[in-house]
Design a protein around this ligand. Structure first.
Ligand code: XMP
Ligand code: MG
Length: 183
């Protein structure tokens, strides 16, 4: 599918490329200032956070190491259950290190609460969360997320790392899909 057709599958653009870049620039500066010269490790959650990670880390005034985790959440359909299995663990030992979890989206927050608890059990110096998007349901679990790009409505969104059946991850914007895509 070419880019033009991919764009035509969107019903509405929620967040433009410029808005994403501007917000990630602000967050990058804020994270950088927060650690005030102390090293921190970025931990991305595959696969959705790939693009957030790429643009966030390039917006830092200096360099920060990164690592990745892949998890699968057992759930019925599109809702996650909070029961999580690690598909790919970190390559790095995080004992006594500052960790920033980098996520694309928090929906129920169950997956991320599990990841956070799992990382905290490894005795890091600290764990913070940075997510590009947050949905209203995330409020149901008291998940303390220090850096949030955008609060969005409770619609299914694609683009900028987020997929529908592995498609649309490479869109530069975040949007909702037109009904004809689902049918
Ligand atoms: P939680 O546990 O917070 O799960 O409910 C978050 C995960 O659910 C997926 N998710 C989405 N994926 N568009 C997507 O492409 C969406 O609107 C959406 N909402 C939730 C995603 O995998 C995320 O990591
Ligand atoms: Mg994800």
């Amino acid at each position: 599918m070419d880019a033009e057709h991919m764009g035509a599958d969107l019903e509405r653009v929620l967040i433009s490329e410029e808005e994403i870049q501007r917000r990630l620039g602000e967050i990058a500066q804020d994270i950088w200032d927060h650690y005030a010269g102390e090293e921190f490790l970025l931990v991305g959650v595959l696969k959705g956070a790939v693009l957030v990670m790429a643009d966030l880390m390039r917006a830092f005034p200096g360099s920060a190491p990164m690592d990745w985790m892949a998890v699968s959440s057992y759930g019925s359909g599109t809702k996650s259950s909070g029961v999580v299995r690690i598909l790919k663990d970190l390559d790095t030992d995080i004992t006594d290190r500052h960790v920033v979890i980098v996520e694309d989206i928090i929906d129920s927050g169950l997956t991320l609460s599990w990841i956070r608890a799992n990382l905290e059990s490894r005795h890091p110096k600290s764990v913070e969360i940075c997510t590009l998007l947050r949905k209203p349901d995330a409020a149901k679990v008291a998940i303390d997320c220090r850096w949030v790009g955008f609060d969005i409505p409770n619609d299914f969104v694609v683009g900028y790392g987020l997929d529908y059946d592995e498609r649309y991850r490479n869109l530069r914007v975040i949007g909702t899909l037109a009904p004809h895509v689902y049918s």
